[in-house]
Ligand binder design. Structure first.
Ligand code: SAM
Length: 294
């Protein structure tokens, strides 16, 4: 059985009287080498970091082609799929594995603390998924914020443009609020591109696989994480404006003069833009803003 054979996929869906749904971001992989490589990239890193029982959380298994490869690598796979019409298909395609559990839920509505405690508490865990493009950022942010300390890595396929943003640096790429936020939790690496002809139906744009390698212990100590993320959001709230102008729109209780002196005291030019600051710079800046607000 080749879960990536386009004729097999079409017949399977016909037999279960279902089709791919745009509303759920369904673009299924139809080239076996792609899920094989994604699963390999996820597990090889996971194994390097952990020696205990391994588990992987997959969001959106579709008809199970990536799940299949993950089940051959990890001791345990927990896959969360929103589309109930795919559940009987997954029971068939993954029937040979006793280490896979499929859960029919909207991932974004799960209580992640309870979910991890119930399903994944006895193992070291990574995330691996071909993400539905319409909710890429909320899923990644939910994992970083609400599953912190529980994950080794997050290996995901996203649109190439999003991948460039996730992996940008102050020197290159499309640096945004999510770039700085991810840098707080770990290091994002772009692994490889996947062209539209590898999917059914083909998406309009090229995709990329990214691995976010999470820190065991976050190496930054902001005085307030809430203020750190407010500062990052504020710095990117007005695209193409200077850091000073963006921050003054977000911190209206601080005068422009006060913000100017905070920025220069942190060692930056007043014309600097948000994309030139590293996560360490944002930690310092947010600590200074907090001091002024208290
Ligand atoms: N893993 C399969 C593959 O690689 O061929 C399918 C990937 S497809 C891009 C995205 C999958 O995510 C679909 O199966 C879709 O139904 C599922 N999905 C979309 N929104 C979801 C949500 N909120 N929670 C869980 N699964 C979701």
């Amino acid at each position: 059985m080749n879960l990536c054979d386009i004729n097999y996929v079409k017949k399977l869906m016909q037999r279960y009287q279902t089709g791919t749904k745009k509303s759920f971001g369904q673009n299924f992989l139809i080239n076996k080498s792609v899920p094989e490589r994604i699963a390999y990239e996820s597990f090889s890193y996971h194994k390097q970091k952990n020696s205990d029982k391994s588990a992987v959380l997959e969001i959106g298994p579709g008809i199970g082609c990536l799940t299949y490869e993950l089940a051959r690598e990890y001791d345990k796979v927990v896959a969360v799929e929103i589309d109930n019409s795919l559940i009987p298909i997954l029971n068939e395609t993954l029937g040979e594995f006793d280490n896979v559990k499929v859960i029919n839920e909207d991932f974004l509505k799960l209580n992640l603390d309870e979910f991890f405690e119930k399903e994944l508490s006895d193992c070291s865990v990574s995330v691996c998924a071909n993400l539905p493009y319409y909710i890429t950022t909320p899923i990644i942010m939910a994992l970083l914020e609400r599953a912190r300390g529980k994950l080794t890595s997050i290996t995901v396929m996203v649109q190439r443009e999003v991948a460039d943003r996730l992996c940008a640096t102050t020197k290159k790429g499309d640096y945004g609020a999510i770039t700085a936020s991810i840098a707080y939790y770990g290091e994002a690496k772009k692994l490889f591109d996947v062209t539209p002809d590898n999917f059914l139906p083909p998406p309009k744009v090229t995709s990329s696989v990214v691995r976010i390698e999470l820190y065991d212990k976050i190496p930054y100590e902001p005085k307030s994480e809430e203020m750190l993320f407010k500062t990052i959001q504020g710095a990117f709230s007005q695209r193409r404006k200077t850091l000073l102008n963006s921050l003054s729109a977000s911190f209206s209780s601080l005068s422009k003069d006060k913000l100017s002196s905070i920025i220069t005291d942190c060692g930056f030019d007043l014309n600097i833009r948000g994309e030139k600051l590293t996560i360490g710079d944002y930690v310092n800046l947010s600590n200074e803003i907090l001091k002024e607000l208290n």
